[in-house]
Structures are given as structure tokens and as C-alpha cells.
Write a protein that binds this ligand. Structure first.
Ligand SMILES: Nc1nc2c(ncn2[C@@H]2O[C@H](COP(=O)(O)OP(=O)(O)OP(=O)(O)O)[C@@H](O)[C@H]2O)c(=O)[nH]1
Length: 513
């Protein structure tokens, strides 16, 4: 039998079908064929069931459509390997909701891990997302925190139940929306309160120009959009204001005590004068009475003597009082002069704290602190940091042509335009006369140069106006990116060299250092 050709086997198979009175179905034919040929029938391939599954699979995106096509063709070719590849490929194109299809079959993916998108890694990513978002939502709502903890514990299980995960996520998201809304509102109200406090402090110190300037800067710095750096700035300024107020309070207290002492001394002196003039009056009245009674010139002499001595002693008392009052007046004037000197000194020292009083930019001390902070941040986050040094071109000529006051206004204008055009996280500091440093976090050299070039353009658009005349301010700048292990001072030196080169090669340029 083994030597027979396929056509002979086929003929014999038909003969057997008729002899055994079997229906001529493909299955019967196949079974008899292998019996006649003496070969093994291939493993059963469930065409119909597989086609049903294939028909139940939604093809909602191009990836799924392609895999459905591949599945159909694998079924036609009876290729188990093809079927497996098509199904694995299909699962990679998104999670399918476990609904029942027209065919009456539930689609795949009832377990979270039958879809690669819901792998333990993916669930861990969701858990980390929640973990990281929690601190931003505050710790006031206990129920919300508890719900978050429950959800985290649940989705970190090895195989979390999918429908339960969905329900828990939906509940959490619902509560989260309220908590986030609350937090946003709290932030707004806190800011309003802060502004109210600043306004009040500002009104309390109308005579103190420096303090008023600080309050204005505080108001501006606490206006959204806020950033951690702007809040740092608010904090630094507030510390200065509080220190200044404490000193002013001590000073006022001292002055008050001194004035009170002077007043007490003055009142004492007045009553003494009153007393001595009362004694004088009694003695003079006595003299007058004696004069009325004298009968001879001899009797008059001792009375006159007594009147003279009373007058002399009154004159002496008056002289003493005048001297004492003069002394007190001198002392008061001296105290006043000392207080106003102290005031001036305090203004000067306070203004030097961290900000440049003219432009409101940080001063050298403030800059040192800001650079230190940004260097630590850049190292921690492994991000680039640039320092730019800019110097106004031909500033001496501007001063000479328009006056020193116009020069001051030009410096303020440059600082204002810079603050408006740089990012909130950038920091501006006045480095010296007409030199400024800009600290640019998260910025590589190329972007740093671009930022300064953009600032140049802004200055050509936002003119400095003097007596209704447009005055164009330009600057030359050098930008340096902080190298590993480099100090802020050395980085500024490199920026300074680049700026110097920009000056020497025509000004109004930005060069990388
Ligand atoms: N109005 C005003 N002028 C200042 C201030 N600080 C420094 N200056 C003046 O700035 C001028 C700087 O002059 P220079 O160093 O010669 O520089 P420049 O004229 O800008 O020349 P280049 O830098 O070469 O473009 C000096 O005249 C200083 O008096 C300030 O606070 N206010």
C-alpha cells in the first residue's frame, strides 16, 4: 500500500466511502484517505472556532486591522504559529474593553496581564505617578490620602483585578478633581492675603522710601505666574523688610524714651521756676509792705537790700533755668541729628542687603547667593547652567548727553525689559555700574546666546523714552556655560572675557565664552 501513488489512494478512498456508505464530507474523506494511505492524520485544526474569535476581535486602529488580517490568513493556512503571532501582535495595539460581541464571544484581555500595556511595570508607573502627585495636593484631606494609599497598595499587587482597578481609579480621580480644585483656590486666597499684608505694611511706612520700594517689589514678585525662584525672591525681600522694621521699631522706641526724659526734665524745671518766682513774689510783696511803713530813709536801706537780694536770686534762678533749657534743647537737637543719621545709615545698609535699590535687581551679595543655589540645583538635576554678563554700550555718552538722571532711568528701563522678556526662573543682578549678570538655569550655551540675542531684539522694540524722545539702548554680552567643578566667579570671568571681545569687535553683539 505504501508504494501507491496519491491518485490511486484517492480512487481507493472514494471506493471505501461508497462501500462504507459515508457522507462525502471533507472530514470523512480526510480520515479515510489517511487510513488507505497508512499515514497519520494531522492534528485537529479548529477553523470554525478560530474564525469566530477572529470575527469577534474589534479592529479599531490600523495596527489591530493589520493583525486581524494576519490572523485570518494564518487560520486559512492552518498555521498555529501564525495564529499565535497575530494574536500577540494584536494585543500590543491597545487594551480592548471586555464587552460581548455580536458573535456572543467575550473578546480577549479579561486579565490585566493579557494586555502588554497593563504589565506590572505599567501599573508601577501609575503608582509612581500618584505617589509623585500627592505632595502637590497637600495633606489636609485625610480621606483623600487614605484613598490614595488604598489605591497604591491595590495596584501594586502582583495581579490586580482589572475591573476593581478601574473602579478605584475612577473614584480616586473623582476625589482628586475636588482636592486639586481646593488646592488651587487655597493658593489664590493665600496670595490675596499676602498682597493684603504687603499693602498694609506699605501704608504703615509711607515715609520710608526704601521700604516702599521693597513692598512694591514684593507685590510684583508675588503676582502669578509664580515659580520657586520668585517665591525665593519674595522670601529674601520679606526677611530684609522684617529686619528693617525691627530696627526701625527699636530706633523709634529709643527716640521716644529720650523725648519722654526731656519732657519730664522740662516740666520739673518749669515747676521749679514757678516755685522760685512764687518765693520772689512773696519777698517783693513783703518789701512793698515794709516800704509803705518806713518813716525814714535809714529804715528803707535794709528793705531795699532785701528786695535787691530777692531780685538777684530770682535772676540767678532764671539764668540757671535758661542755661538748663538751652542744654536740653541742644541735647534734643543732637538726638534728632543722631536719629536722622542712623536713619540714613540704616537705609544704606538695608538697601545693600540683597537688592540694588535703583533697578530692583539683585546686588552682588544677592547674586552670589542665587548663583550658589543654581549651581547646587544644576548639579543635583544634572542640567546645564549659563551665566551671561551684559554691559550697556556707550553709557558714558548717554550720561553726558542726557544727564545722570536719564542714565539712571535707562538702567531701570533695561532691568524692566530684561525681567519682562526672560523666563520667570532666570535671575537678573546688577554686577556693577552699567553691568548686569543674568543667571539662566536649565540652559545650554547655544540657548543662552539665543536668549540674550532675543533680549537685544526686545530692546529695539521697547524704546527708552526721554523727554518724548526714543533713545535706543544696546548692550554687548558674553555668555558662558558653567563647566563641571567650575566656580560661579570663574564662569563670570569667562562671560566677561567674551563680553569684552564683543565690545572690541563692534559692540551690540552677544558672544559665547
Ligand atoms: N547714570 C548712571 N551712570 C552710571 C552709574 N554707574 C556707572 N555709571 C556711568 O557709566 C559710565 C560707564 O562708562 P564706560 O565704562 O566708559 O563705558 P561706556 O561709555 O558704556 O563705553 P563702552 O562700555 O565701551 O560701550 C560712566 O560714565 C559711569 O559714571 C549709575 O548708577 N547711574
Amino acid at each position: 500500500m505504501a508504494d501507491r501513488s496519491p491518485s490511486e489512494i484517492a480512487r481507493e478512498t472514494f471506493k471505501q466511502l461508497s462501500l462504507k456508505k459515508l457522507a462525502p464530507t471533507p472530514e470523512n474523506y480526510q480520515a479515510l484517505y489517511h487510513e488507505v494511505a497508512g499515514t497519520l492524520p494531522p492534528a485537529h485544526f479548529p477553523f470554525d472556532r478560530l474564525r469566530q474569535i477572529s470575527a469577534a476581535l474589534p479592529a479599531k486602529n490600523p495596527g489591530q486591522q493589520k493583525q486581524c488580517g494576519l490572523l485570518e490568513s494564518a487560520i486559512s493556512q492552518r498555521s498555529w504559529e501564525g495564529v499565535q503571532n497575530a494574536l500577540v501582535g494584536y494585543a500590543g495595539f491597545g487594551m480592548v474593553a471586555p464587552t460581548v460581541s455580536d458573535s456572543g464571544l467575550a473578546p480577549l484581555a479579561a486579565s490585566p496581564h493579557s494586555n502588554p500595556a497593563l504589565t506590572p511595570e505599567f501599573m508601577e508607573q501609575i503608582a509612581r505617578l500618584i505617589d509623585n502627585a500627592l505632595p502637590a495636593l497637600g495633606t489636609d484631606d485625610d480621606r483623600f490620602l487614605e484613598q490614595a494609599r488604598e489605591l497604591l497598595a491595590f495596584i501594586r499587587q502582583p495581579v490586580p483585578d482589572l475591573p476593581r482597578t478601574k473602579t478605584m481609579l475612577a473614584n480616586f480621580s473623582h476625589r482628586l478633581s475636588f482636592t486639586a480644585e481646593d488646592q488651587a483656590e487655597i493658593k489664590i486666597v493665600l496670595l490675596q492675603l499676602l498682597h493684603l499684608v504687603f499693602t498694609n505694611i506699605g501704608e504703615l511706612c509711607i515715609d520710608d522710601q526704601w521700604l516702599k520700594g521693597q513692598i512694591d517689589a514684593l507685590m510684583e514678585a508675588s503676582t502669578p505666574p509664580l515659580s520657586l525662584r520668585r517665591l525665593d525672591d519674595v522670601q529674601r525681600r520679606l526677611v530684609d523688610v522684617i529686619a528693617k522694621q525691627a530696627e526701625a521699631k527699636t530706633r523709634a522706641h529709643e527716640a521716644q524714651t529720650q523725648m519722654r526724659e526731656l519732657l519730664v526734665a522740662f516740666v520739673d524745671r518749669l515747676s521749679l521756676m514757678g516755685e522760685s518766682s512764687g518765693v520772689y513774689q512773696v519777698r517783693i510783696e513783703e518789701c512793698a509792705r515794709q516800704i509803705e511803713q518806713v518813716t525814714s530813709i535809714e529804715e528803707l536801706a535794709p528793705v531795699l537790700q532785701s528786695a535787691l537780694s530777692a531780685t538777684r536770686s530770682m535772676a540767678l534762678d532764671t539764668q540757671n533755668s535758661r542755661e538748663q533749657l538751652q542744654f536740653m534743647r541742644d541735647k534734643t537737637e543732637q538726638a534728632e541729628a543722631e536719629i536722622s543719621k542712623l536713619h540714613l545709615e540704616l537705609d544704606r545698609v538695608s538697601a545693600q542687603a540683597r537688592h540694588d535699590p535703583l533697578t530692583g535687581a539683585l546686588n552682588r551679595r544677592g547674586l552670589d547667593e542665587a548663583i550658589q543655589r543654581e549651581i547646587s540645583r544644576a548639579m543635583r538635576k544634572d542640567t546645564p547652567l549659563c551665566l551671561a554678563l551684559l554691559d550697556i554700550d556707550n553709557f558714558k555718552k548717554l550720561n553726558d548727553d542726557l544727564g545722570h538722571e536719564a542714565g539712571d532711568a535707562a538702567l531701570t528701563h533695561l532691568a524692566d525689559v530684561t525681567r519682562a522678556s526672560m523666563r520667570p526662573q532666570d535671575t537678573l543682578a546688577r554686577f556693577g555700574g552699567e553691568e548686569f549678570v543674568i543667571v539662566l538655569p536649565d540652559t545650554g550655551l547655544e540657548l543662552g546666546v539665543l536668549a540674550l540675542t532675543r533680549l537685544q531684539r526686545e530692546l529695539t522694540k521697547k524704546f527708552f523714552l526721554r523727554d518724548n524722545q526714543k533713545v535706543l539702548i544696546t548692550f554687548s554680552a558674553g555668555v558662558a556655560q558653567l563647566a563641571t567643578g567650575e566656580s560661579g566667579v570663574d564662569c563670570i570671568k569667562r562671560a566677561d572675557q567674551a563680553m569684552y571681545l564683543a565690545k572690541r569687535t563692534g559692540k551690540n553683539r552677544v558672544l559665547a565664552g
